[in-house]
Design a protein around this ligand. Structure first.
Ligand SMILES: Cc1cc2nc3c(=O)[nH]c(=O)nc-3n(C[C@H](O)[C@H](O)[C@H](O)COP(=O)(O)O)c2cc1C
Length: 456
């Protein structure tokens, strides 16, 4: 295997992200998520380990499907409370030089005109290190916060997002020509108005007549990530994503999703490998197997199963408190995260999933079991995912913070490097140039955003 693996620390601006209950561990500091020092420290550690970046999840709404109200999520800190992910990026960018950022923003509740400026602002401040993880959301509780009674239908959310993307592409790529910004002190001309064009869009869901508020940033369109692996989600990824974060429970399950996204990308006129695929992996590592398992048993005592069930129930749109623990869970159309439900029903290769079996998996308070072992054993698991699943990289959720990221950086990264699986240093340039080994910060010519580019 000659390809380098891409690795992101996976985090969220909250206490309980994926592995619920870990915040109770005496060495965990994640309850300081609302301080600048916490994020600065995380970023410094990630860059010390040459990680590609920090990937920040986000959620709009609360988890109120389990037992019909949000009290379990609130009590356990399961992604509630949650602060804005974009606002912590400048803190992390300021203390690092190369680290990239993949930041989740939901398209359903915010007009593209405003988001275009916020992402351009971050691309300026990070000097081209910003990526956007495009999601369409999955919670009715979010819709209620926005004056609606329920969220739009699952596939319709993606239809709206398709148009949303076209508006953004035009704002980022078309509105300001290259060379528009002159900063000519003598002539008193900051920017040349003849090179700045309003975007006029009359679509089914959006209408605007406006110039982009920001001047062109280093990458213009940020690196586009996407998360959501339902059939409709994959179609969306194949058209728009440069990186897709998939939910798969095994390398074999990943392989079929990955092959499908790559095939759909080709059908959309893009190269199969123009989309990089990422999977989540929780890691507990020790210098010896005994050290790793002792650590795991120690962490395990803090796993919060109720918090994990509250998160999972909202993800799949089914109240797991109402099911018999031994009743097989069957696929039904919900308006939530379809791919999460498919993973334990229609796309599950082995025997039927029940609530009891799900709870058995939740050893660290997450529906995905961690990998536990020595650095060499962890690297072997990662290699299997890359070889069998054909994925390009991993998002590593924290367990006990910041210890789990430090352990990965100090113990696993050197072994990955020795085995030629991970870079020894950062490449030059923007996040896009680093990820795709190109010499332009701008989006690939075969991507739909590029059709709005204006010749200089
Ligand atoms: C691996 C993975 C990670 C996701 N992360 C988020 C997230 O951070 N925030 C969010 O609102 N939705 C997230 N989603 C779900 C997306 O919102 C998605 O647009 C929606 O639920 C539909 O997903 P689906 O296409 O898998 O059904 C994620 C989905 C997957 C598969």
């Amino acid at each position: 295997m000659s390809r380098h693996i891409h690795i992101y620390a996976f985090d969220m601006n909250c206490v309980g992200h994926i592995n619920h209950g870990m915040w109770r561990h005496p060495r965990d500091t994640s309850s300081r998520y609302n301080t600048m020092e916490y994020w600065a420290d995380l970023a410094r550690t990630a860059e010390r380990g040459k990680l590609d970046g920090i990937f920040l999840a986000d959620i709009i709404g609360v988890y109120d499907v389990y037992k019909g109200d949000p009290s379990t999520a609130i009590a356990s800190g399961a992604q509630t409370p949650v602060n804005d992910p974009l606002l912590i990026v400048p803190i992390m960018a300021y203390v690092t030089k190369h680290l990239g950022f993949g930041v989740t923003v939901n398209t359903t509740y915010e007009p593209p005109y405003l988001l275009a400026r916020r992402l351009s602002t971050l691309d300026h401040l990070t000097n081209g290190r910003i990526g956007w993880n495009i999601v369409t959301g999955y919670l009715d509780s979010a819709a209620c916060g926005m004056g609606l009674s329920a969220q739009p239908d699952h596939d319709a959310r993606y239809d709206v997002a398709d148009e949303y993307m076209d508006v953004l592409y035009r704002l980022w790529e078309e509105s300001w020509e290259d060379g528009a910004v002159r900063v000519d002190r003598m002539a008193g001309v900051y920017a040349d108005p003849s090179k700045v064009r309003p975007i006029r869009h009359e679509g089914q869901h959006y209408r605007l007549d406006a110039i982009h508020l920001s001047e062109p940033s280093p990458q213009r369109t940020p690196v586009l990530y996407q998360a959501g692996s339902s059939t409709r989600g994959r179609q969306f990824a194949a058209r728009h994503a440069e990186c897709a974060f998939i939910g798969a429970s095994s390398p074999e399950a990943a392989a079929s999703i990955v092959a499908d996204i790559r095939a759909k990308a080709v059908a959309a006129g893009r190269a199969a490998r123009s989309v990089k695929l990422f999977s989540g992996l929780s890691v507990v590592v020790g210098r010896t197997e005994k050290e790793a398992y002792d650590k795991f048993e120690d962490y395990r005592r803090y796993a919060d199963i109720e918090g994990a069930l509250a998160h999972y129930s909202s993800s799949i749109g089914i109240d797991l408190s109402r099911l018999d623990p031994d009743e097989p869970i069957t696929y039904r159309k919900t308006n939530a995260n379809n791919s999460a439900l498919e993973a334990i029903t229609t796309r599950s290769a082995d025997s039927a999933w029940t609530v009891r079996r799900i709870i058995d998996q939740m050893v660290l308070g997450s529906r995905q079991k961690p990998v536990v072992g020595t650095p060499e054993q962890i690297v072997e698991v990662m290699r299997r995912w890359v070889e069998i699943g054909d994925i390009d990289g991993f998002n590593l959720p924290r367990t006990v913070a910041p210890e789990s990221l430090r352990d990965f950086v100090d113990l696993v990264v050197p072994v990955l490097q020795e085995q030629g699986l991970f870079k020894h240093d950062y490449a030059r340039g923007s996040l896009r140039e680093k990820l795709f080994e190109t010499d332009s910060p701008h989006i690939d010519a075969a991507h739909p955003a590029a059709r709005f580019r204006r010749p200089a």
